[in-house]
Design a protein around this ligand. Structure first.
Ligand code: SAM
Length: 281
């Protein structure tokens, strides 16, 4: 979807752009290729490792400013950078392959690790704290509301009965013991997703961003948001619709762009991606 991002951005080579979840710089690298020395890219990520990586790999190129922060602070970040408006915004939600493949961060149910799941390693709350201190009903609500998992209550009960839960594989075992084998991988993925959303307060942050990005964008500037599950996509869709009703933006993607079959085969992790684009009027 990198090509889509670059094409939809309509890059003006001397413009200013914000990659609000720069990750390991995949999109940023391609955006920078289209910018002249007058152009500028603001890169934001909560993850220290991602920022450090981008410092080393992207800093030698043109004008890029990196911020280790949450993307919903974009209005403050551009103000601090003496920028009035940006000409385009990219928000690629979810987690990077580097985070998913990490052997110590606890994002993947396929890798045995401590239960961390923080994007920002300076944050206090980790998945292990939630699993070992929340009540059964609070745990069940997280699993149901953020994972859409029907068996949330029995999974939560099992987790509580097996405390302390210390590792990802221990959590997988608790889920295994409370669910039938059919489609179990999906259930495990849903529970992991729900915990990650809770640990990182992902939906609140997205809502805050959606209510403030408009003032950061110049007229004709575009925003591109890639989401990976229906909870996020619903928020994006409604925010765009509300702004469009008020004649503040044009929705460029009437239906979200989804990866083609070939893209899904090449990169199975992108299969649930939905890309939406809007342009400020
Ligand atoms: C899918 S990855 C981005 C990949 C990137 N577009 C690339 O091409 O390499 C999502 C990134 O968003 C970051 N992230 C998640 N929540 C964030 C937040 N609230 N503020 C800033 N970054 C966040 C994660 O740390 C992760 O690096």
């Amino acid at each position: 979807m990198v090509e889509d991002v670059v094409n939809y951005l309509n890059i003006n080579q001397s413009g200013t752009y914000a990659d609000c979840t720069i990750g390991y710089g995949g999109h940023a690298f391609h955006i920078l290729k289209h910018l002249s020395t007058k152009g500028r890219l603001i890169g934001i990520d909560k993850d220290d490792e991602a920022i450090e990586y981008c410092k080393k790999s992207l800093f030698s190129t043109k004008s890029i400013s990196l911020f280790k922060d949450s993307y919903h602070y974009l209005p403050d970040i551009i103000k601090e950078s003496n920028i009035e408006k940006v000409d385009g915004i990219v928000l690629d939600l979810g987690l990077s392959s580097m985070q998913l493949d990490s052997t110590i961060r606890g994002f993947s149910f396929k890798i045995d690790s401590k239960l961390d799941m923080r994007f920002d390693s300076t944050q206090k709350l980790k998945a292990v704290d939630i699993l070992n201190s929340y009540s059964t009903s609070d745990l069940a609500n997280i699993i149901f509301n953020y994972g859409g998992e029907k068996r949330s209550r029995s999974i939560a009960k099992r987790i509580v009965s097996m405390r302390p839960i210390r590792t990802t594989f221990h959590l997988v075992e608790a889920i295994r013991l409370s669910t039938p084998p059919k489609m179990r991988d999906r259930t495990v993925a849903r529970v992991f997703q729900s915990l990650r959303i809770k640990v990182n307060n992902e939906l609140d942050i997205l809502e805050k961003f959606l209510s403030s990005f408009y003032n950061c964008l110049s007229n004709g500037g575009r925003i591109i948001i890639i989401s990976f599950h229906s909870l996020e996509d619903r928020l994006v869709k409604h925010a765009f619709k509300n702004l469009s009703i008020k004649n503040k933006i044009d929705i460029i993607t009437k239906k979200p762009r989804v990866p083609s079959k070939e893209e899904q085969i090449k990169n199975s992790r992108c299969r649930s991606a939905k890309l939406r684009v809007a342009e400020k009027i």
